[in-house]
Unconditional design. Structure first.
Length: 214
């Protein structure tokens, strides 16, 4: 049975899963869930994802939601194919776990509200709290100063090998310029790193919307 992947075309979380599916070379069936028409609140979908969010996967009857849980499952359940993404060496794996925590609390913690409170209202032509967005951007910039120090000594955020921790940054980070926030490009080592991972084929195929070219 081919893995079923439920997502929404512009969901940043779903794009993380789409990248991992491609990096791991896992065949899948993409099933779009239209958030605009509240298809995510239909009883059939809520039976899979009780919170009514995307993404969700059905891997031969095994149902899983939450993008980072799905990403780790895919990497660990499909070893030996595609990109490793989670190191097997205990010390390198610990550094990966460290980097994943850094992304959650020092990057996504600021980027996600910038998108929700700045970009979405801007797209809808609604007012938004510019002072709040500026404060979030300033706080993010301070964290990226530390990123810049880390990335001056290594190629990727967890070391010298590409991991899930790098991929996690792409969907949200790529939207920041749309809110007029260019802090990533203002830090030389961060810019080098982000520009490199932005050229991953797995990202280029899905960055403009799912499912992307198969």
């Amino acid at each position: 049975m081919v893995l079923k992947f439920y997502g929404y075309t512009h969901s940043t979380a779903a794009k993380i899963v789409a990248m991992v599916l491609r990096e791991k070379q896992i065949p899948y069936e993409y099933i779009p869930i239209d958030l605009g028409t509240r298809e995510n609140r239909a009883s059939e979908y809520l039976a899979l994802q009780p919170f009514g969010q995307v993404p969700t996967i059905d891997d031969d009857g095994f149902i899983l939601y939450e993008s980072r849980a799905i990403a780790r499952y895919l990497v660990e359940n499909y070893p030996g194919q595609g990109t490793e993404l989670i190191p097997s060496d205990p010390k390198k794996r610990a550094l990966f776990d460290q980097a994943a925590s850094v992304e959650a609390f020092c990057f996504d913690h600021y980027v996600n509200p910038i998108i929700l409170e700045g970009l979405l209202p801007k797209i809808r032509g609604q007012p938004y709290n510019e002072e709040r967005i500026k404060q979030l951007a300033d706080d993010l910039s301070k964290r990226l100063d530390v990123y810049d120090q880390i990335l001056s000594k290594q190629k990727y955020i967890a070391g010298d090998e590409l991991t899930l921790a790098d991929l996690y940054h792409l969907p949200g980070g790529s939207l920041l310029p749309l809110v007029g926030i260019n802090v990533i490009q203002e830090k030389p080592n961060v810019a080098r790193w982000f520009n490199e991972i932005s050229n991953l084929d797995s990202w280029k195929k899905v960055k403009d919307g799912l499912p992307g070219a198969n």
